[in-house]
Design a protein around this ligand. Structure first.
Ligand SMILES: C[C@@]1(CC(=O)O)c2cc3[nH]c(cc4nc(cc5[nH]c(cc(n2)[C@H]1CCC(=O)O)[C@@](C)(CC(=O)O)[C@@H]5CCC(=O)O)C(CC(=O)O)=C4CCC(=O)O)c(CCC(=O)O)c3CC(=O)O
Ligand SMILES: NC(=O)C1=CN([C@@H]2O[C@H](COP(=O)(O)OP(=O)(O)OC[C@H]3O[C@@H](n4cnc5c(N)ncnc54)[C@H](O)[C@@H]3O)[C@@H](O)[C@H]2O)C=CC1
Length: 237
């Protein structure tokens, strides 16, 4: 029997979608690498503070400071900057200061990423494709960051341009389904029907699906039938 189970392949990372909404992310440094970290952190709805002398800010970081998208501390890093931080992203060109940031983070058990120093990272960044609610991250686990970027672009090019919109509609449909069938005991039935819709509808149909189509489609749920878009529209005429 055991040979049917997936084989363990050690040496990977635990790839998860870490929820940092409203958490405090401290970014140390304000150069090009910091600018990338800041965008990732803002895209995840976290509260970002950048500590870096004003003269060191690149155009993008200076723009986000001016727009109040991030808070700014205009000086070099001080240990007190870690107070209240839930995560630290360090991207500075000073290896000694970097190591100090890492040590302090470990004393305080704050998850941290020190750019350029893989052994001083609780997690690595990856190359990310974003389309609405869809995020695809490619990691080469430290072996080839540039290659990660090339592979990410290859993957993104295979996807239809409206994938994000299809996913948004599926999210709406799932929410409506739980309103129509809120019973906790119906979990398996709900999930089976929802999987059926995702399997039988094309991405294009999911993009086209209006609120009215969703309501029409949901009428079939009690019968467990999964109609196609044409049947839904004919039924509601
Ligand atoms: C371990 C890791 C830790 C971390 O930073 O989290 C790390 C470490 C290092 N990167 C270095 C170099 C470069 N990094 C990039 C670019 C990216 N680096 C990213 C992630 C990671 N970089 C993590 C592993 C990710 C993985 O393996 O999959 C990406 C994916 C995400 C992001 O940073 O947001 C982003 C691409 C985003 C995109 O384009 O989509 C480029 C290319 C460029 O700048 O265009 C180069 C030069 C070319 C090259 O080396 O490939 C060096 C210096 C090596 C040296 O001195 O020679 C180290 C240190 C070391 O390797 O020891
Ligand atoms: N993805 C990755 O892992 C990559 C990492 N790197 C590395 O990341 C680091 C940063 O790269 P860049 O952004 O290009 O450098 P940069 O030189 O553009 O920026 C460095 C920033 O750090 C600030 N700084 C320096 N000491 C500081 C301190 N003690 N406290 C606060 N701010 C401080 C400077 O004012 C400046 O804003 C470098 O070590 C670089 O080698 C570079 C490319 C890719």
């Amino acid at each position: 029997m055991s040979h049917e189970f997936p084989k363990v392949q050690g040496g990977g990372s635990l790839i998860v979608a870490w929820q940092v909404k409203d958490k405090h992310v401290l970014v140390v440094g304000g150069g090009e690498v910091a600018a990338g970290r800041i965008l990732h952190a803002l895209n995840a709805d976290s509260r970002v503070t950048v500590v870096c002398p004003k003269t060191g800010l690149n155009d993008e970081v200076a723009f986000r400071v001016a727009q109040n998208q991030v808070s700014h501390i205009d000086r070099n890093f001080e240990p007190c900057d870690l107070d209240g931080a839930d995560m630290v992203l360090c991207a500075i060109d000073d290896p000694e200061a970097s190591s100090q940031v890492w040590k302090l983070c470990k004393e305080r058990r704050i998850p941290a990423n020190i750019a350029d120093v893989p052994p001083e990272c609780d997690f690595f960044f990856g190359s990310v494709h974003r389309d609405g609610p869809l995020q695809i991250m490619v990691s080469t686990n430290g072996n080839g960051p540039k290659l990660a970027s090339i592979i990410r672009k290859k993957i993104a090019n295979t996807l239809p341009s409206n994938t994000g919109a299809a996913i948004e509609n599926v999210g709406r449909l799932r929410k409506k389904l739980r309103e129509v069938a809120p019973d906790a005991n119906e979990g398996p039935k709900r999930m089976k029907w929802m999987s059926g819709v995702c399997e039988s509808w094309t991405l294009e149909e999911l993009v086209e699906m209006s609120e009215r189509d969703m309501d029409g489609l949901l009428k079939f749920y009690s019968t467990t039938k999964v109609p196609n878009l044409r049947e839904v529209r004919e039924d509601s005429h």
